[in-house]
Design a protein around this ligand. Structure first.
Ligand code: GTP
Ligand code: MG
Length: 190
């Protein structure tokens, strides 16, 4: 497995512009609580690389993890679509992700994490359209595969395959380790 090292934590929009310009970035996006930070920990085989919580809205900064020896960054982003968050916080998230998409010249791809138990949600479809409109390739990832049946999973894969060009989703469980190798393969190949 590749090694993950926390390289930079960014709290404001201003810090984003020239962050880590040396290598390509792959951002992990998804609704709050979908399991972005947990996936970082599972991929890095470390329990506390990224902060995880059962309460949505845990990640509030942009965290860049260097992938060794491959020389690219994985970015853990704050989640979107958390209704209980204040309007200003939701707007900050939207600004962060938009600025990231528009200004990060090294953004090679966007991994969009989707809960395998849920029907495609409007917020996720919007995220996919937004990335594609900015010509950023989308890597769909179905999370919490341990929580859904084989049947549910293949139903979800079919639904998302129609919505994302060239993007059959890969299913993963950060809890059991199922699918981690397949996810690494997608990320390294992007
Ligand atoms: P924000 O930072 O709020 O956007 O959330 P996040 O997407 O980073 O989610 P996080 O990794 O903090 O996980 C949210 C909750 O889901 C935690 O309680 C995790 O333990 C749980 N979780 C994450 N991945 C899995 C998984 O593969 N299986 C199961 N069963 N639970 C998971
Ligand atoms: Mg998080």
């Amino acid at each position: 497995f590749p090694r993950l090292v926390l390289e930079e934590t960014l709290y404001t929009l201003g810090q984003l512009k020239n962050a880590a310009p040396d290598f390509p970035h792959i951002a992990l996006a998804g609704r709050s609580n979908v399991g972005k930070s947990s996936l970082i920990n599972a991929l890095g085989r470390r329990k506390q690389l990224a902060k995880v919580s059962s309460t949505p809205g845990k990640t509030r900064s942009v965290n860049l993890y260097k992938v060794e020896p491959h020389g690219f960054y994985l970015t853990d982003l704050p989640g979107y679509g958390y209704a209980k968050r204040s309007k200003s916080e939701r707007e900050l998230w939207a600004d962060l992700i938009e600025k990231y998409l528009v200004e990060c010249e090294n953004l090679a791809a966007m991994a969009i994490l989707l809960d395998c138990r849920l029907e495609p949600q409007e917020a996720d479809k919007m995220m996919v359209r937004f990335a594609l409109a900015h010509a950023v390739p989308v890597i769909p990832i179905l999370t919490k595969a341990d929580k859904c049946t084989q049947k549910e999973r293949s139903e979800r894969i079919n639904q998302w395959t129609v919505l994302i060009p060239k993007g059959e989703p890969v299913a993963v469980s950060s809890q059991t380790g199922f699918g981690l190798e397949a996810v690494w393969k997608k990320l390294i190949g992007a």
